[in-house]
Design a protein around this ligand. Structure first.
Ligand SMILES: [Zn+2]
Length: 91
């Protein structure tokens, strides 16, 4: 296994490698939140808390979908779009 390349952590440089690392990291972060929010609904039936967590993250349903959150979890997130507090719920 090759040694992991270091990337600039400034969050502003334009190196292709660094940009890839930042985007991958952001995707992973959103996926993790998506999983956790879905789990709150799936295992605990707490949509109010789930929306609170999702809303606090600042990400909306499209962000979770776009980041590649698994359909197994998206299925739990879709009904939350109707709950108060979810960003962009006015649809
Ligand atoms: Zn860089």
């Amino acid at each position: 296994m090759a040694a992991k390349k270091r990337f600039c952590s400034t969050g502003t440089c334009r190196h292709a490698y660094c940009k890839g690392e930042r985007e991958g990291s952001r995707r992973g972060f959103i996926q993790g939140i998506g999983y956790a929010v879905a789990e709150i609904v799936r295992s605990h039936d707490q949509p109010t808390i789930a929306v609170d967590v999702a809303g606090a993250s600042g990400f909306d349903y499209q962000d979770f979908k776009g980041a590649g959150v698994d359909e197994f979890d998206l299925k739990q997130l879709r009904p939350l779009r109707r709950e108060r507090g979810w960003p962009g719920t006015k649809r």
